[in-house]
Write a protein that binds this ligand. Structure first.
Ligand code: 5GP
Length: 188
């Protein structure tokens, strides 16, 4: 190890109910912040149109996912709407040691675990929708999910939102550019 003190990277957890705009905000941040990289999660949920294995997620079977969990390969993992999601440990540890910042698009249970494991390294930001009807309109507008899936996601959103106070920062996503600027300010 070098004797020169090197800045350790920061873990920025961006959590929100699906549809709040988290993915667009993360994409903008990643473009603007060269030292920031996105943690790619593993999941057992089905691939959506336009998603690529190894880019959006590592799509795994429940058996493969459980084997990874048993081998201790996840920093955190949780279930969301009956499917498993987990953060692979090694890329995060390498990035932090090299002084690079990592962005996590994960839900509240994952954030809680990360805070417990890496209390010095994690900053949690919770994105809120301007209102619940607005969120429902956005979910519909994505055109990706069936009505049943939208209803399940709205129920999950109501539950997710009750955890806002576990986060260091809360940002209401009313205006996209403003939200990105606020999240960047937290990172800096
Ligand atoms: P989606 O299926 O819409 O891509 O994601 C559903 C939820 O799972 C989102 O809130 C997303 O942030 C969360 N999620 C994605 N990857 C992970 C992960 O590795 N760990 C945890 N705890 N949540 C995740």
């Amino acid at each position: 190890m070098s004797s020169v003190a090197q800045r350790r990277g920061v873990c920025v957890v961006l959590a929100a109910a699906p549809g709040v705009g988290k993915t667009s905000v993360s994409r903008a941040l990643l473009e603007m912040e060269p030292s920031l990289s996105l943690s790619i999660s593993a999941t057992t949920r089905a691939r959506r149109p336009g998603e690529t294995d190894g880019v959006h997620y590592f799509f795994r079977t429940p058996e493969q996912f459980d084997a990874m969990a048993e081998r201790g390969e996840f920093l955190e993992h949780a279930r969301f709407l009956g499917r498993a999601y987990g953060t692979p440990r090694a890329p995060v540890e390498d990035a932090l040691a090299a002084g690079r910042d990592v962005l996590f698009d994960i839900e509240w249970q994952g954030h809680r675990q990360m805070k417990a494991i890496l209390p010095q390294d994690v900053v949690g930001i919770f994105l809120l929708p301007p209102s619940l009807p607005d969120l429902e309109a956005r979910l519909r507008g994505r055109g990706q999910d069936s009505e049943v899936e939208i209803a399940r996601r709205m129920a999950a959103a109501r539950e997710e939102i009750t955890h806002w106070d576990e986060f260091d920062h809360v940002v209401v996503n009313r205006d996209f550019d403003r939200t990105v600027a606020e999240v960047r300010a937290v990172l800096h």
